[in-house]
Design a protein around this ligand. Structure first.
Ligand SMILES: Nc1ncnc2c1ncn2[C@@H]1O[C@H](COP(=O)(O)OP(=O)(O)OP(=O)(O)O)[C@@H](O)[C@H]1O
Ligand SMILES: [Mg+2]
Length: 264
C-alpha cells in the first residue's frame, strides 16, 4: 500500500451526530489526505470539536461512517486506533501529581515495548519542554501545559525516527505566545512534509491557519460550508458571511497567503 492509496485516507461519509435533540454535525462529508495539514475553522459552537471527536473515533456518528484504511472507525479496536491517531483536546484536567516526563510517557501506552525514555526526551526537546521535564504538570502555566500536551500526542504516534499517523489538535496554540505559536506550527508543518504524519488542527487564529494549512475546512451550524486552499477560503465574502465579523483581507507581505484584520 502506498501513501497515495485511497485506503490511506481518512474520510467522513455523510456523518451526523445529535445530542440533547440538537444536530451538532449535520450530514457532513470530508476526506483528509495523508501527509496533509488541515485547519478546521468556524465560529464558536459550529461543531468543530464534535467533528474532531467523530473523525478520531471517540464518538460514533448516528448516521454515516468515518473510514480509515478502508475500515469504519467503529470496527477498529481501541488499541489499534491508539497506534494510528492521537488527539490533543481543548481542555485537559489532570488531578494527580504527575511530572511532565510522566505525562509525556503516558503517550507511549500503546507501545509498551518501545524505547520510551529516548522518545520522551526527543519530543520534549521538539516542543521546548526539556527544562520542564521534572516539574509537576499542575503547576505549569497554561501555555506550558499546552506544549506538554503536544509532546504527549507526538509521543503517542512516534515510530522509529518520527511520528506516523493522524494527529488531531483542538486549538493547540490558544495559550501559546508568539514564539511558541510559530515553533509549534513550524514543527507540525515540517513533520507533515516528511510524509508520515497528517495533521487536523482546530484553529481560531485564521492568520496562523492560512500560513501553515494546506486546506481549510470551514464549519457552520454542524455543516461543512467551505473546504479548499487558504486562498479560496480566506476571502472577505466567505468569512463575513460565516463569522458575521467586520473584517478586511490583505495579502501577507512575504508569504503570498491571505491574512485577516478586524476593523475597529
Ligand atoms: N453533549 C452535548 N449536548 C448538547 N449540546 C452539545 C453537546 N456537546 C456540544 N454541544 C453543542 O454543540 C455545538 C457544537 O459544539 P462544539 O464543541 O463541537 O463546537 P466548537 O465548534 O468546537 O466551538 P468552540 O469554537 O467554541 O470550541 C455547541 O452549540 C455546543 O453547545
Ligand atoms: Mg471546540
Amino acid at each position: 500500500m502506498t501513501d497515495c492509496d485511497d485506503n490511506n485516507r481518512l474520510s467522513a461519509q455523510t456523518i451526523s451526530y445529535r445530542a440533547a435533540k440538537r444536530t451538532l454535525v449535520d450530514r457532513l462529508s470530508v476526506t483528509l489526505e495523508p501527509g496533509e495539514m488541515v485547519a478546521l475553522i468556524g465560529p464558536n459552537g459550529a461543531g468543530k470539536s464534535t467533528l474532531m471527536r467523530l473523525l478520531s473515533g471517540y464518538l460514533a456518528p448516528h448516521d454515516g461512517q468515518c473510514v480509515l484504511h478502508g475500515q469504519s472507525l467503529t470496527a477498529w479496536s481501541r488499541q489499534a486506533l491508539a497506534r494510528h491517531r492521537a488527539v490533543m483536546r481543548q481542555q485537559q484536567h489532570i488531578t494527580f501529581a504527575l511530572s511532565v516526563r510522566d505525562i509525556v510517557a503516558m503517550g507511549r501506552a500503546p507501545w509498551p515495548e518501545r524505547d520510551t525514555q529516548r522518545i520522551v526526551r526527543q519530543v520534549l526537546a521538539l516542543t521546548d519542554c526539556t527544562s520542564l521535564a521534572g516539574r509537576d504538570f499542575r503547576q505549569l502555566s497554561g501555555g506550558e501545559q499546552q506544549r506538554v500536551q503536544l509532546a504527549r500526542a507526538l509521543a503517542q504516534l512516534w515510530q522509529d525516527e518520527g511520528p506516523r499517523g493522524w494527529l488531531f489538535l483542538d486549538e493547540p496554540t490558544s495559550a501559546l505566545d508568539l514564539y511558541h505559536q510559530q515553533q509549534a506550527l513550524r514543527l507540525l508543518h515540517r513533520l507533515t512534509r516528511q510524509g508520515a504524519l497528517s495533521v487536523c488542527c482546530i484553529l481560531h487564529d485564521l492568520n496562523l491557519a492560512a500560513l501553515w494549512a494546506d486546506r481549510m475546512i470551514l464549519m457552520h451550524s454542524g455543516k461543512l460550508v467551505a473546504c479548499d486552499t487558504p486562498a479560496e477560503v480566506m476571502t472577505a465574502p466567505l468569512l463575513t458571511r460565516w463569522y458575521q465579523a467586520d473584517l478586511h483581507i490583505y495579502s501577507h507581505p512575504q508569504e503570498r497567503v491571505p491574512q485577516v484584520a478586524l476593523r475597529r
